[in-house]
Design a protein around this ligand. Structure first.
Ligand SMILES: Nc1ncnc2c1ncn2[C@@H]1O[C@H](COP(=O)(O)OP(=O)(O)OP(=O)(O)O)[C@@H](O)[C@H]1O
Ligand SMILES: [Mg+2]
Length: 323
C-alpha cells in the first residue's frame, strides 16, 4: 500500500499555523473606534471593493439546482477551542444549504447536545441518540434520525450519554471508524453531512475527522483563538496520514468578527496572511441575533431571514457548494 501524500495546500497550512504561534499584534497607536474602520466594501479611488477579509469581493455564483441527491460530502466542523461558533455554524450553514435545495444531515457529535437544543430538541428526553448508534450494533442511524423544522435538513441528535463513548470506544476494534460506519448507509441520500464536533481533539473528534471529506474550522476573530490552530492542523494531518487520506481543509471561517474594532481587523489580517485562500470570503459578524436563535430553537435563516447573519450563512453555503 502506498503512503498517502499530504496535499500541498495542507503543508502550507501547517507552516502557516506554526507561524501563528509566534504571533504578535501591534495594537498601540491607533484609536480603537468606529472612526478608525477602514472603508470595508467601499469603492475608493476606483479600486475594487474590499471584503472583510481585506481581499477584493468575489461574486459567488448562485448554486445550480440538483435533480438528484447524494453521495454526500461529509464536513467536520472542528476547533478544540470552545465557544468559537462551531454549533452555530453547523445549524446555519446546514439550513442555508437546505434553502439551496441540498439535502443535509446534521450530526450532533458533542455530549453537550447544543446542536440538538439549537434545533428545538430536548436532549434529556431522547431515548436513543448518536451514542446508541455508535456503541450498539443493533441501532442504526435511521433509528435515531429526526426531521427538523427546516425542510430537507435532518438531525442525528445527541446528549450527555455520548460522553461515555470517548472512554468506551478506546477498547473497540476500529475505534476511529465508528462514526464513519454509522453514517455510511445514509451517504447516498444526502448532499452534505455536517458533523458538529466537541471542543477537544479526543477520540470523538478523531472519529469525525476519519469520517470526513473536509474540515471547516470556525475561528473566532480574537487573539487567543489563533494559538491552538497549529495543534488542530497537526491533528488533521495525522488523521490524513494514518486514517483518512482524502481529508482536506475545506476552509477557515472567521466568526464573531467586529468590524469596529482594530483588534478584530488585525486578527483577520493575520489569518488571511497565514492561510490565504483557505479562508472563506464570507465572514460572520458578532451579533446578538445568534444567541437569540438558540433560545428560539431555530436557524437564523428562519428566525430572522433577512438579517445580516442569515445572509452571511447563505453566502457561506454558496462558497461551500462552489469549493
Ligand atoms: N457570530 C456570533 N455573534 C455573537 N454570538 C455568537 C456568534 N456565533 C455564536 N455565538 C454565540 O456564542 C456562543 C458559542 O457559540 P457556539 O455554541 O456556536 O460555539 P461552539 O464552538 O459550538 O462552542 P462549544 O465549543 O462549546 O461547542 C453561543 O452562545 C452562540 O449563540
Ligand atoms: Mg458546540
Amino acid at each position: 500500500m502506498s503512503t498517502p501524500q499530504p496535499s500541498t495546500r495542507s503543508v502550507s497550512a501547517a507552516s502557516a499555523a506554526a507561524n501563528l504561534d509566534n504571533l504578535t499584534i501591534a495594537t498601540e497607536g491607533e484609536p480603537d473606534t468606529v472612526d478608525s474602520v477602514v472603508a470595508v466594501g467601499a469603492e475608493a479611488n476606483g479600486k475594487p471593493k474590499l471584503g472583510p477579509t481585506g481581499r477584493p469581493l468575489r461574486a459567488i455564483p448562485e448554486p445550480p439546482l440538483l435533480d438528484k441527491h447524494g453521495p454526500a460530502t461529509v464536513l467536520a466542523m472542528c476547533n478544540q477551542k470552545g465557544g468559537v461558533g462551531k454549533t452555530t455554524s453547523t445549524i446555519n450553514l446546514g439550513a442555508a444549504l437546505a434553502e439551496y435545495g441540498r439535502r443535509v444531515l446534521l450530526v450532533d457529535f458533542d455530549p453537550q447536545g447544543a446542536l440538538s437544543v439549537g434545533l428545538g430538541v430536548q436532549p434529556h428526553e431522547l431515548d436513543q441518540t448518536v451514542y446508541n448508534a455508535i456503541m450498539e450494533r443493533s441501532v442504526t442511524a435511521q433509528d435515531i434520525l429526526r426531521h427538523t423544522s427546516v425542510e430537507g435538513m435532518d438531525l442525528l441528535p445527541s446528549n450527555i450519554d455520548l460522553s461515555a463513548a470517548e472512554v468506551q470506544l478506546v477498547a473497540e476494534v476500529g475505534r476511529e471508524h465508528t462514526l464513519l460506519r454509522v453514517v455510511q448507509p445514509l451517504i447516498s441520500e444526502y448532499d452534505y453531512v455536517l458533523v458538529d464536533c466537541q471542543p477537544s481533539l479526543g477520540l470523538l473528534t478523531v472519529n469525525a475527522l476519519t469520517a470526513a471529506d473536509g474540515v471547516i474550522i470556525p475561528l473566532e476573530c480574537e487573539f487567543f483563538s489563533l494559538r491552538g490552530v497549529a495543534l488542530l492542523i497537526d491533528t488533521i494531518e495525522k488523521v490524513r496520514e494514518r486514517l483518512n487520506p482524502k481529508l482536506d481543509i475545506t476552509g477557515i471561517l472567521a466568526t464573531m468578527f467586529d468590524p469596529r474594532t482594530l483588534h478584530s481587523r488585525e486578527v483577520m489580517a493575520r489569518v488571511v496572511e497565514a492561510f490565504g485562500d483557505t479562508v472563506f470570503d464570507t465572514v460572520i459578524n458578532r451579533t446578538v441575533r445568534f444567541p437569540e436563535t438558540t433560545v428560539a430553537g431555530e436557524p437564523i435563516t428562519r428566525w430572522a431571514p433577512k438579517s445580516a447573519g442569515a445572509q452571511a450563512y447563505r453566502a457561506l453555503a454558496r462558497e461551500v457548494i462552489a469549493r
